[in-house]
Design a protein around this ligand. Sequence first.
Ligand code: ATP
Ligand code: MG
Ligand code: FE
Length: 336
Amino acid sequence: VYILGIETSCDETSAAVVQDGRIVLSNIIASQADIHKRFGGVVPEVASRRHVENITLTIEEALQVAGKTLDDIDAIAVTCGPGLVGALLVGVAAAKAIAFAREIPLIGVHHIAGHIYANRLVEEMQFPLLALVVSGGHTELVLMKEHNHFRILGETRDDAAGEAYDKVARALSLPYPGGPHIDRMAAEGNPSVPLPRAWLEPDSYDFSFSGLKSAVLNTLHNAAQRGETIDPVDLAASFQSSVVEVLVEKTIRAAKEFDVKQVVLAGGVAANKGLRMALQHRCEKANVPLVIPPFVLCTDNAAMIAAAGFVSYQQRKFASLDLNGTPNLPLETSAE
Ligand code: ATP
Ligand code: MG
Ligand code: FE
């Protein structure tokens, strides 16, 4: 079964061909990061226009690299939410046009389900499965007892992890997106600046990063007022160790409580080297199998959307041609 995946929820225009939900034949990603850099974040109108310009060529390239034509494609899977509505609509419209013209099934995919299913491109899933989702807009612990079934155990009460990374990076005058820059600096610094850890209530699987972000900003501000300088490399290391410690400890606690067979890491912040190392270390100690996607499958891409779409294909859960982009699409009901 060959599925053509399409992803346009934010600032990556991506198309991919995936075989049987497991084998990536192509995964073309046209990033707009260079354009949005000038504004220090994604500008929705600019993103939509860019998607319109890029979508056709991106799909053609995905087919060409895979050595396939539309005649070979069994279904189209497209991100239908959450994300920027104008951006989502470009992918959804393209997918609907192909599905209609070729008379093949259309599948709507939740973007976060896609991030989670990136792991199935690495290794087969084992249930019950726990996913730590850490991206630009989401931070949540998701329990899956079977395919396409998602239960959110906890989520961020304020900023997402990636958002916190990008805001701290901005305070340090690093270019957008700042996550990778902080990651690189953290590897060289000492976590010597005292910063809070947001554990919340003892039994909570929720997260909070806005207090930490404020603490970083206050540290910089107070130092500036006293005419002192803070080594940005040490500050980055301190910030990262606070984020990573909370993410990893809550993940391990949930993995034990729900006796999961596998932990998977998902979302753009899964590219973080400090997080990958710490989680690997703790999962080994706790004897829980861990899957981490390669870097290119962590940030937004269409291969993960095709991988998630394959499950719906097998379950014959198809969308009709009135499929819409839904900016706040919930994960838990998306599979029902
Ligand atoms: P969502 O998936 O929640 O809709 P999004 O699609 O915008 O949001 P992703 O593309 O999944 O987010 O991830 C982008 C985020 O990942 C950015 O905030 C970026 O800074 C962060 N990120 C990427 N690489 C790293 C890294 N090495 N360390 C920390 N953060 C990183
Ligand atoms: Mg992006
Ligand atoms: Fe994403």
